[in-house]
Design a protein around this ligand. Structure first.
Ligand code: NAG
Ligand code: NAG
Ligand code: NAG
Length: 348
């Protein structure tokens, strides 16, 4: 997210193709003053070690560093680890080591994205069973492991549902279809009433840019209801500086519903105005279809940004920071996935 964007634009990735915001050289990232954060966006205070271990009862612990989250369950026969963000470094192991001497025996990948999975390398040579959805295994082999240090390939996979029992601990793994990424699973500890679904809800904050860099927005949207079908006391979303409660999921659902509604309205409002919206770009750039498409996207994004900021700045952290990227991501989903094509729809 933020770190990767900055490093891509300031030379850590030396490629002429690095994706940078318009005029990165003169942009004012460093000085833009965004709206003050609401109280709800403030999280746990992270100690000087750089990480916090939060006991959730019954041998369940969350690990937080202010930006990322993962968790583990201590059973009488072995420890089950759910993700280890690479930014934690060895702190995943230290957090576990400070709680128990029982060895890690199982590692569950929530999905095949490097920023949550890559810490699995710390157990590559240990006697650990690596578990993931079958589509995550495919992605690990075909994609993730081509980019950098390979993570252990899962040896246990499932298609719809799997119950993992280790000693006195139980974890229910369920796949309900593509949402943030294909293979992204619901991980539920029924004894402690903890539900993890990574990169869907961001307690106290709006999702980071492009709705948490999610792949399939209809599935990601539906996931909010699927989360609420569970009986949980704690929600673990993998990001921000505190865990979630039911209310956090309900609030983000409202944000997403607002976003969907305003973008559907934007597309409808654009239909009678399409000539005015794209005309100047077309006149200035003859034959350049992308100039027109881009002007149209900007218009829809403008339509969405104002009302979203009006309602959500002050209610969720970063609402203004990511308003445009989140609007645009929803605009694309509303048009292409849900089929609200407005001026680009069927001709009579
Ligand atoms: C942001 O601040 C850093 C550190 O002061 C500086 O090196 C960099 O040039 C600044 N970037 C921009 C875009 O102003
Ligand atoms: C399971 O056993 C571990 C290790 O003895 C203990 O810390 C934990 O509280 C137990 N959890 C449950 C749900 O019984
Ligand atoms: C306990 O945590 C500290 C601080 O993170 C770390 O230095 C130490 O190695 C940990 N102990 C174990 C046994 O993992």
């Amino acid at each position: 997210m933020r770190l990767s964007l900055l490093s891509a634009c300031f030379g850590l990735v030396s490629s002429a193709l690095a994706h940078c915001p318009r005029s990165a050289a003169t942009s004012n990232y460093n000085t833009t003053q965004w709206a003050p954060l609401p109280e709800t966006a403030h999280g746990m205070t992270i100690p000087a070690t750089g990480y916090l271990t939060q006991h959730l009862g019954g041998g369940a612990y969350a690990i937080l560093n202010g930006e990322y989250q993962s968790w583990f369950l201590v059973s009488d026969e072995g420890v089950i680890v759910m993700d280890c963000p690479p930014l934690f470094g060895r702190n995943c192991m230290y957090a576990i080591g400070n709680v128990t001497d029982i060895p890690v025996t199982h590692f569950v990948y929530s999905h095949a994205h490097a920023d949550h999975a890559h810490g699995a390398v710390y157990w590559a040579d240990a006697d650990v069973t690596f578990i993931a959805h079958e589509l995550s295994k495919e992605r690990i082999i075909d994609v993730l492991n081509h980019g950098s240090t390979p993570v252990p390939v899962p040896t246990v996979t499932f298609e719809h549902h799997m119950t993992l029992e280790v000693g006195n601990q139980t974890v229910e793994l369920s796949y309900k279809g593509d949402n943030h990424a294909v293979g992204n699973i619901f991980i539920y500890a029924p004894q402690q009433k903890i539900l993890a679904l990574i990169d869907v809800v961001f307690p106290g904050w709006v999702p980071f840019g492009e709705l948490g860099a999610s792949e399939y927005i209809p599935g990601w949207t539906k996931a909010h209801d699927q989360i609420l079908e569970y009986d949980f006391d704690w929600y673990i979303g993998g990001h921000v500086s505190r865990l979630g409660r039911r209310e956090d999921v309900e609030i983000q659902k409202e944000y997403v519903m607002d976003l969907k509604q305003i973008t559907i309205e934007a597309v409808a409002a654009s239909t009678p105005l399409i000539a005015q919206i794209t005309g100047p770009a077309a006149a200035a750039n003859p034959e350049n279809a992308w100039a027109m498409t881009s002007a149209y996207g900007e218009w829809l994004t403008d339509y969405c940004e104002g009302p979203m900021n009006k309602k959500w700045v002050g209610r969720l952290g970063g609402a203004d920071v990511y308003a445009r990227l989140n609007c645009y991501k929803m605009i694309e989903a509303v048009r292409l996935d849900w089929g609200y094509l407005g001026p680009a729809g069927l001709r009579s």
